[in-house]
Design a protein around this ligand. Structure first.
Ligand code: PEP
Length: 251
């Protein structure tokens, strides 16, 4: 039985004032979370502030990205995995479609980052997903397989027991358009099936989150699908009531 996992991706949003208000709301309701793992991923500069203001042990903190270089050095503007660990970050989102599309991150770089995270005991949340054009032209599965293969080639299938996968159809991120539960389940089953072809025990264990316009009113049906183990939540994670409701729907 997989324990569901819901993570909030705050993206480049927030200020000390807004984060304090959000965290105050999360702290007040954290005792209602139930049997679900929960994390929030603030912008890097606010990781420590979030960590210090979150009073519930039920809510972990993660980062949204990290450097591919494993140790500190002359890499202006980057944040290393060691720095994340120094601030007790348990998770790091890697390969988000915004990083791929806006910042040109390649499958090869993302795979190296996954390796660096795993080597340092930070759990990667590996994002994969197709654009609308790729879905409509029938290459959705091969796009996702390529994204996964790049990482599998570097870390191997056994390491996937320590990887969280987030299936995030690019066309559903921040658009208000959600994949239907059946559409999402189809891809989740494809991902799990692909991993099962390499190691069925790992495939059975791996957490596969769905991400893309999850809201309190669609969360339960999405999370009720056989291969959907929680979600990666963008916009709705900036509202404490909505995020807690989504977490409860997973639990
Ligand atoms: C995301 O950014 O990972 C995401 C899923 O965003 P949203 O929930 O806003 O679609």
């Amino acid at each position: 039985m997989r324990k569901p996992f819901v993570a909030g991706n705050w993206k480049m949003h927030g200020s000390k004032a807004s984060i304090l208000s959000l965290v105050t709301g999360l702290n007040a309701q954290a005792n209602q979370l139930g049997d679900v793992d929960v994390a929030v991923c603030p912008p890097a500069i606010y990781v420590d502030y979030a960590k210090r203001t979150i009073s519930s042990e039920a809510i972990a903190v993660g980062a949204q990205n990290m450097a591919v270089e494993p140790v500190q050095g002359a890499f202006t503007g980057e944040v290393s995995v060691e720095m994340l660990k120094d601030f007790d970050c348990e998770y790091v989102i890697l390969g988000h479609s915004e990083r791929r599309a806006i910042f040109g991150e390649t499958d090869a770089e993302i795979a190296q980052k996954v390796k660096v995270a795993l080597t340092n005991n930070v759990t990667p949340i590996l994002c994969v997903g197709e654009t609308l054009e790729e879905r409509e032209s029938g290459v959705m599965e091969s796009v996702i397989a390529t994204q996964l293969d790049a990482v599998l080639d570097v870390v191997g299938i056994d390491a996937f027991s320590s990887v969280v996968i987030a299936y995030e159809p690019v066309w559903a991120i921040g658009t208000g358009v959600t994949a239907s539960p059946a559409q999402a389940q189809e891809v989740h089953a494809f991902i799990r099936g692909k991993l099962a072809g390499l190691n069925s025990a790992v495939a059975e264990k791996v957490i596969i989150q769905y991400g893309g316009s999850v809201k309190p009113d669609n969360a339960k049906e999405l999370f009720g699908q056989a291969d959907i183990d929680g979600g990666l939540i963008g916009g709705a994670s900036l509202n404490a009531d909505d995020f807690i409701a989504i977490c409860k729907a997973a639990g």
